[in-house]
Ligand binder design. Structure first.
Ligand code: FAD
Ligand code: NAD
Length: 462
């Protein structure tokens, strides 16, 4: 027998969707549904565990580098299971408290896979039986999942994705990472830092999209000194043999590995959940739920946020959208637009990459007269301390006004260093104003940003 329940607001997905249901909605009848651990991708298998592992990997991976500075050190042993369990004991305990935490805040928390059976009408397959849930407003926040190329899927060969690889029992000797995007690069960094021999196979001429041609090329060269890189490559065959997994490439190369990690993108979770019955339109190419500037889908009273509907799959963006959608659910007659400008992102490799806004070619292609300036960290005082030879910051600004339009960084802690440039891009500030209306601590790494701003202000003629 199916139980039926009716609500004012139901959220599908307890990742970023959970924060839609804050205190401000306490006067409404609300529910949240998730089939996986509460906290979604970021907490359980994304941002948080990767960065906890990457910290360890970065420290361990940097030891051989010390010899350049006159200190010889080496890693004697990596206690993988201990590292893994320390990280996931903390995460799993937190995630397990999610449903109870929601219930104690007055939100009905369902644990089970949901599918639509009509407009704003869902069936949740709970352990105790199906529950039919209806609501005046529904928020779609069911995220995305790893894409697996057909050739791997059809081969029957065991493989990992980012969902599973951080929970393996033993570190392999070798790992082949398929995909040189953000996940592939962070995972390669993580396992390389812990002593695994990495081979990376990817489409395209360099790792990580969107950082600009120059940084993309420099970064790819750097990573190529650490692990074997097969660029512009296509996998044509995969088979398991006695000596390991054989991966054949279109150029005739055969690679043999202990473990295969697939990281070739993530597709929104929109298939097979009856979105057509709900009247929710989906882009057939990308699988994304189509939303307007306010996060409204094509179905009356249905909103969407995060990876299920965004071009950029980023946690801070999903969080920002959750805040906006929360407002819009409460004030549908006075909705606020989702933030579309100055969306920053970072890759937590070593060195880190960080970007915001546009690259110079993108700005010029859009018809704006702009200039760019690149500052090396090695030419600042802190860069001397690091003996840095690779870190750079490029700032793009409008010619004549010097308004900052974007920035790309490759540097230690680039994800933090970029913040004044995110501020400048978001608020349309001039590079000279940002550089000269405050003091910059000497001799801090942040002088990289100060000098880049002064350089681009000069180039822009301000
Ligand atoms: C390895 C990795 C590292 C990452 N690192 C970063 C980072 O450093 N910084 C960053 O900004 N972003 C990072 N991301 C991206 C970030 O994790 C996502 O952008 C973000 O978590 C998306 O949040 P969301 O709420 O849209 O989806 P999710 O957090 O995925 O939540 C969706 C939820 O919906 C549930 N669900 C799906 N379908 C159903 C259904 N039919 N019924 C019931 N429940 C369902 C799922 O179980 C899930 O809990 C990373 C991603 C990965 C994979
Ligand atoms: N630090 C962060 O913010 C962070 C970290 C991890 C993930 N994420 C988010 O997760 C998203 C997904 O990450 P991702 O790395 O899976 O996707 P991605 O789109 O960033 O990279 C996929 C890579 O795989 C390559 N590729 C695609 N198909 C291939 C194939 N068949 N064979 C070989 N290579 C192939 C692509 O050329 C690309 O380099 C990212 O776009 C990002 O938004 C963010």
């Amino acid at each position: 027998m199916t139980t039926e329940r009716d609500y004012d607001v139901v959220v599908l997905g307890a990742g970023s969707g959970r924060s839609v249901l804050s205190e401000e909605l306490a006067h409404l009848r609300t529910a949240i549904i998730d089939c996986g651990p509460y906290g979604g991708t970021c907490l359980n298998r994304g941002c948080i565990p990767t960065k906890m592992f990457l910290h360890v990997a970065e420290v361990a991976g940097s030891l051989p580098e010390l010899s350049r500075l006159g200190v010889d050190a080496r890693v004697d042993q990596v206690r993988w299971r201990e590292i893994r369990d320390r990280i996931f004991d903390r995460i799993d305990t937190f995630a397990a408290s999610g449903p109870e935490g929601a219930r104690s805040a007055g939100i009905d928390a369902y644990i089970g896979a949901a599918r639509f059976v009509g407009p704003r009408r869902l069936v949740v397959a709970e352990p105790g039986g199906d529950v039919e849930v209806t609501a005046a407003q529904v928020v779609l926040a069911q995220g995305a999942s790893p894409v697996v190329p057909q050739v791997i899927h059809d081969s029957g060969v065991p493989f990992h994705t980012s969902d599973t690889v951080m929970r393996i029992e033993e570190l392999p000797k070798q790992m082949l990472v398929l995909g040189g995007g953000v996940i592939g690069t962070e995972m390669a960094q993580l396992f390389w830092g812990l002593g695994v021999e990495i081979t990376m196979v990817t489409k395209g001429p360099h790792l990580v999209k969107g950082v600009g041609e120059d940084i993309g090329r420099r970064f790819t060269e750097l990573m190529g000194e650490r692990w074997a890189l097969h660029l512009n490559a296509e996998v044509t065959s995969v088979a398991e043999r006695g000596d390991g997994i054989h991966v054949g490439l279109a150029d005739g190369t055969t690679l043999v590995t202990d473990q295969l990690l697939v990281a070739v993108g993530r597709r929104p979770n929109t298939g097979d959940i009856g979105l057509d019955l709900a009247g929710v339109e989906v882009d057939s190419d990308s699988g994304r739920v189509l939303v307007d500037e306010f996060g409204r889908t094509s179905a009356e009273g249905v909103w969407a946020l995060g990876d299920v509907s965004s071009v950029h799959q980023l946690k801070h963006l999903a969080n920002d959208q959750a805040r906006t959608v929360r407002h819009n659910v409460l004030h549908p007659d006075a909705p606020k637009p989702l933030r579309a400008k100055a969306i920053p992102s970072a890759v937590f490799s070593d060195p880190q990459l960080a970007i915001v806004g546009e690259t110079l070619p993108q700005v010029l292609a859009a018809g704006c007269d702009a200039v760019a300036f690149t500052q090396k960290l090695g030419d600042t005082a802190y860069g001397w301390a690091l003996e840095d030879t690779t870190s750079v910051c490029t700032v793009v600004a409008e010619r004549g006004t010097g308004v900052v339009l974007g920035a790309q960084l490759m540097a230690p802690q680039a994800s933090s260093l970029i913040q004044p440039l995110i501020d400048a891009t978001a608020r349309g500030l001039s590079a000279r104003d940002v550089a000269t209306t405050q003091m910059w601590i000497h001799p801090a790494a942040m002088e990289l940003i100060e000098n880049a701003l002064l350089g681009v202000a000069e180039a822009a003629g301000t």
